[in-house]
Design a protein around this ligand. Structure first.
Ligand code: NAD
Length: 498
C-alpha cells in the first residue's frame, strides 16, 4: 500500500499526527494509498522551512527563477505517462482526460516563464523638482494554495507556478482524495533545481487548512473548491490579514438558440456535460434550449447519445468517462437524481443502475438526463457534480439571459447560435465570469485569467494570467529627490508638486 506523508524542506517526511485518510482507486473501489493528515505543528514546520528558503529565492534574479520552471516542463513531459496514470487511478478520470488535466496546468507554467516581464515596475522622471518616482513589485513571502480533488495536476500548477516565479515560497495543501500527483510535481520541481523549502506539500484536511488560515507567517491564500468552504476560507483568512482569493462551485448553463447547428451543439453538450463524469467546475450542467421546437429537437438528438455513452475504467482509453471519485460522491449524485424525480422533473435517461462488468465495486454510474427542470428545483439550484444534465426550457432569449444571470453561481456559461448579434448581446449582458460563444467549456488561455462571479469566486483578482502576478506580489512606490542638496527650507503644509 502506498503511504503519502508530506514534502517539506525538499524531503519526504512521514506524518506524525497519527491521523490518516484512505485514497481510493475509483475504477475498482479498492484503497490504493493512505495519506497522512497534518497537524498544526506539521504545518508550522513546513512554514518554517518555507520562510527560511524564501529570502534567497526572492534574491535570485527573475530569469534564473523561471529557468527552473523551464526545466520542470521538460521533466513533466518526460514523466507525462506516469503522472497521467497516477492521476487516472486516484481520481477516476480517463487517461486522455488526465493528460488534458496535466496540459492545462503546463500551459500556466509556460505563462509563468514570462513573468519577469510582468514584474517590471513603472518610472516617472521629473515628477517634481529633482524628483523621480518608481514602483516595484515584490513577492509577498510565504503563500499557500488549497486545492480540490477534481484537477490534481492543473490547479496545483495554476497556484504554485506564478507564485514561485514571483519569488514567493509556497505551501500546497492538495485534496486528500488524490495527493499522488501533487507530491510528484513537488519532486519534479526539486529535480528541476528549485531550492529545498521553496515548494512544500502538506497533506491534510480541515485541521491543516485551519492551521494555514491562522498562521501569521503566511501572507496569502489561494483556494479552489466548493463555495461554502470558499466563503469560510475567505472570511477566516481575512482575520489574520491575509490576501485571499477563493474559487467555488458552479452551475454552468449552455443556451441553445433556435438557429444553432444542432449536431455541433449536441456534440459539444455531451462532451461538456458528461466528460470527467461531470466532475469539472466548468462542466455544463444545465442546457437551456430557447423555444419549444429547439427543445424538442435537442431532446430527440440528445437522448440516444446519453443512452449510448461509453463508461469504462480510467485505464480504458476509449471510454467517454470513468467512475466518480468516491463511493460517497456516487451516493450523493444518485441522491440528487432521486430529489429531481420527487421534484417533478422528467428523468429522460436514468443511468443509476449502470454496473461496470469486471469492476463491480468501482464508483460508476451512467449518464442521467432530466427534462422540464424549473428554476425553483434543488437539482437546478445546487451543484450536483456528476454525470447529470438538466434541461430547462426557456421561452425566449430574455429568459435565457436571465437564468444564468440570476443563478447564485456565475462560473461559466455558453451560447450556441449562428447569430452574431445575439451572441454579442448575450456576452455583454450575462452575469457570469467566463462566456463561450459556440465554445462549451470557455476556460480562457493561460495569458488571460480564470475566475467566476457571485458564489463562484470570492476576492477581486482571478487565477493565472496577469492577475496572478498582481495577487502574488505587492507594489512598493519610491519617491526620490536628487540632488539631495536642493534647499527649500522647512515646510509644514502637506507637500505638493509645485
Ligand atoms: P472541497 O471544497 O470539498 O475541498 C477543497 C479543499 O478544501 C480540499 O483541499 C479539502 O481538503 C479542503 N476542505 C474540505 N472541507 C474543508 C473544511 N470543512 N474546512 C477547511 N477545508 C476543507 O471541494 P472538492 O470536492 O475537492 O472539489 C470540488 C468542488 O470544487 C466543486 O464545488 C467544484 O465546482 C469546485 N471547483 C471550482 C473550481 C473553480 O475554479 N471555480 C475549479 C475546480 C473545482
Amino acid at each position: 500500500m502506498i503511504q503519502y506523508g508530506h514534502f517539506i524542506g525538499g524531503k519526504h517526511v512521514k506524518g506524525k499526527s497519527g491521523r490518516t485518510a484512505d485514497v481510493f482507486q475509483p475504477l475498482d473501489g479498492t484503497v490504493r494509498a493512505k495519506v497522512a493528515l497534518a497537524s498544526k505543528a506539521e504545518l508550522a514546520e513546513a512554514v518554517a522551512n518555507a520562510k527560511a528558503a524564501q529570502p534567497a529565492w526572492a534574491a535570485t534574479n527573475p530569469q534564473r527563477r523561471v529557468r527552473v520552471l523551464m526545466k520542470f516542463l521538460e521533466l513533466v513531459a518526460r514523466d507525462n505517462d506516469e503522472l497521467a496514470e497516477i492521476l487516472a487511478r486516484e481520481h477516476g478520470k480517463t487517461l486522455p482526460d488526465a493528460k488534458g488535466d496535466i496540459l492545462r496546468g503546463v500551459e500556466v507554467v509556460e505563462f509563468a516563464i514570462g513573468i519577469p516581464h510582468l514584474m517590471k515596475g513603472e518610472f516617472t522622471e521629473g515628477a517634481g523638482p529633482g524628483i523621480d518616482l518608481f514602483s516595484m513589485r515584490q513577492p509577498l513571502g510565504v503563500v499557500a494554495g488549497i486545492t480540490p480533488f477534481n484537477f490534481p495536476a492543473m490547479i496545483p500548477m495554476w497556484k504554485f507556478a506564478p507564485a514561485i516565479a514571483c519569488g514567493n515560497a509556497f505551501i500546497l495543501k492538495p485534496s486528500e482524495r488524490d495527493p499522488g500527483v501533487p507530491m510528484r510535481l513537488a519532486e519534479l520541481m526539486l529535480e528541476a533545481g528549485l531550492p529545498a523549502g521553496v515548494l512544500n506539500v502538506v497533506n491534510g484536511d480541515k485541521e491543516a487548512v485551519d492551521a494555514i488560515l491562522d498562521h501569521h507567517d503566511i501572507s496569502a491564500v489561494g483556494f479552489v473548491g466548493s463555495s461554502n468552504i470558499a466563503q469560510y476560507i475567505y472570511e477566516r483568512a481575512a482575520q489574520t490579514g491575509k490576501r485571499c482569493q477563493c474559487f467555488g462551485g458552479a452551475k454552468n448553463h449552455m443556451i441553445i438558440m433556435p438557429d444553432a447547428d444542432m449536431d455541433q451543439t449536441v456534440d459539444a453538450l455531451i462532451g461538456a456535460g458528461y466528460g470527467a463524469a461531470g466532475e469539472r467546475c466548468m462542466a455544463v450542467s444545465v442546457a437551456v434550449p430557447v423555444g419549444k421546437g429547439t427543445a424538442d429537437t435537442l431532446m430527440e438528438k440528445l437522448v440516444p447519445r446519453v443512452e449510448n455513452l461509453k463508461i469504462g475504467p480510467s485505464t480504458e482509453p476509449s471510454a467517454d468517462f470513468g467512475p466518480l471519485v468516491t463511493a460517497a460522491a456516487l451516493e450523493r449524485v444518485k441522491n440528487y437524481v432521486e430529489i429531481g424525480i420527487k421534484e417533478g422533473a422528467t428523468l429522460a435517461v436514468d443511468g443509476r443502475g449502470f454496473k461496470m462488468q469486471g469492476y463491480e465495486n468501482g464508483f460508476y454510474m451512467g449518464g442521467c438526463l432530466f427534462d422540464n427542470v424549473t428554476a425553483d428545483m434543488r437539482i437546478y439550484k445546487e451543484e450536483i457534480f456528476g454525470p447529470v444534465l438538466s434541461v430547462v426550457r426557456a421561452h425566449d432569449f430574455d429568459e435565457a439571459v436571465r437564468l444564468p444571470s440570476e443563478h447564485e453561481y456565475g462560473n461559466g456559461v455558453a451560447i450556441f447560435t449562428r447569430d452574431g448579434d445575439a451572441a454579442r448581446e448575450f456576452a455583454s449582458r450575462v452575469h457570469v465570469g467566463m462566456v463561450g460563444i459556440n465554445v462549451p467549456i470557455p476556460v480562457p488561455v493561460s495569458y488571460y485569467t480564470f475566475g467566476g462571479w457571485k458564489r463562484s469566486g470570492f476576492g477581486d483578482l482571478n487565477q493565472y494570467g496577469p492577475d496572478s502576478v498582481r495577487f502574488y506580489t505587492k507594489t512598493k512606490t519610491v519617491t526620490s529627490r536628487w540632488p539631495s542638496g536642493v534647499k527649500e527650507g522647512a515646510e509644514f503644509a502637506m507637500p505638493t508638486m509645485k
